[in-house]
Ligand binder design. Structure first.
Ligand code: GDP
Ligand code: MN
Length: 388
């Protein structure tokens, strides 16, 4: 579960991690009163959406007067925000954070996440922070430094000093203290709140030598929400992908991806394998969708509904393994579901398992236009051909 920047900064504040003073507003009417309480001008106007890359997409603006602030909030609220991390349609901005402007000397990157190769929480630090961090990681990975947490000892002071003293030139002692202090607190916050990511980009050194978290991004491990009830309450349903939200209501495991092949599969492992095979055939899946090992006709209908709502989908691959559920029952379910939803794109079906012959006969005998593949490889090639 992702938190908003303003929510993450509130948690930082509670942990004494320095953040700029700020106020959240929902409309331009609230701007004047909010700015009365914030040091400035200049102020910074920041769209509160879960997508990153806001700086590049016009979602972060520095303003020098009340009028400018009011119109910046107005524009953000009225036009969907498009950033390198959103779709072309963009996302609606419901809330805007107003903050005091900072006089920045240097932008650093500080983050913590679980490194899967070492299976340890890991601090990531770079002196090349700011909006180009992805670029830095890709082209000059040596500028990204890491310190793994040993579960037996926890975060150690020497690790913080390793990172802070890597800066060239070495900063003043006050700045070093500021940095090591933020690192210690981030490691505590990460573990205490069951995070899967804490990211500060940029963590800035101001001209007067303060270390301040200018941005804040926290993701809580969903599997820990049962014991992080206060955090679970911070969930913002507005930010969820509408199709993912719908799938959640139907109890379907659905994740939206970037391609154009809709996929409907029963079983998570099979769904993963199906995505691999689609890619192997040279196409890109539009989604991961696991309708469950014991998928009913109703689940399949709902799966169709969600896939068809996605306008990028140019062909659909149904890959079902009939185990507990027999293939003939499934085939009837697929036909019923296809009838209930108006299907406008080619549909490729691969069936395997109990009563598979009967299942294929039912599909072939229906008046709907299915392409029935004899195995998964053929199914993937057929579906890839539809979008060539
Ligand atoms: P992101 O693009 O979504 O990660 O949004 P950020 O919160 O990281 O802001 C993007 C950029 O805006 C930062 O890298 C800074 O360069 C700039 N920025 C944000 N707040 C301030 C501020 O208070 N003063 C100045 N001068 N720049 C700021
Ligand atoms: Mn940022």
């Amino acid at each position: 579960m992702k938190l908003h920047e303003y929510q993450s900064k509130e948690l930082f504040r509670q942990m004494d991690i320095p953040v700029p003073s700020g106020r959240l507003v929902r409309s331009s009417d609230e701007v004047e009163e909010a700015l009365d309480t914030i040091t400035g001008p200049p102020w910074v106007v920041k769209a509160q959406v879960h997508a990153g890359g806001r700086g590049k997409g016009g979602g972060v603006k520095i303003v020098h007067s009340l009028d400018e602030a009011v119109s910046a909030v107005d524009i953000l609220r009225k036009t969907p925000l498009v950033t390198p991390q959103t779709t072309q349609e963009g996302v609606v901005v419901h809330q805007v954070l107003l903050e005091e402007g900072m006089d920045i000397e240097k932008e650093l990157y500080l983050g913590m996440t679980v490194d899967r190769s070492t299976a340890t929480p890991t601090m990531i630090f770079s002196h090349a922070g700011g909006m180009e961090i992805e670029e830095v990681a890709a082209s000059t990975p040596e500028l990204i430094l890491k310190e793994h947490i040993n579960p037996g000892t926890g975060w150690m002071g020497y690790q913080a000093r390793n990172l802070a003293f890597s800066l060239d030139p070495v900063p003043q002692p006050g700045v070093i203290r500021g940095l090591t202090n933020v690192m210690l607190k981030i490691s505590n916050l990460f573990l205490d709140l069951d995070c899967s990511l804490v990211e500060i980009n940029p963590l800035v050194i101001t001209r007067d030598g303060k270390v301040v978290a200018l941005d804040a991004k926290i993701t809580i491990d969903d599997n820990a929400l049962f014991r992080q009830k206060d955090l679970a309450a911070l969930d913002d349903p507005n930010e969820k992908d509408p199709l993912e939200r719908m799938a959640g209501e139907y109890n379907l495991n659905y994740i939206r991806l970037d391609g154009n092949i809709g996929a409907m599969v029963n079983g998570a492992g099979l769904a993963m394998a199906t995505m691999d095979v689609i890619k192997l055939a040279g196409a890109e899946p539009a989604n991961f969708l696991d309708v469950g090992g014991g998928a009913t006709e109703e689940m399949i209908t709902k799966g169709f509904e969600i896939i068809l709502k996605d306008s990028r989908v140019k062909a659909i691959l149904i890959n079902i393994f009939g185990g507990i559920l027999r293939c003939d029952v499934l085939a009837r379910g697929v036909i019923e579901a296809a009838r209930k939803n108006e299907i406008t794109v080619p549909l490729i079906v691969r069936l395997e398992g109990t009563n598979v012959e009967q299942g294929r006969e039912i599909l072939n005998g229906s008046d709907l236009e299915f392409l029935v593949a004899k195995d998964l490889a053929e199914a993937a090639q057929l579906v890839a051909k539809q979008v060539e």
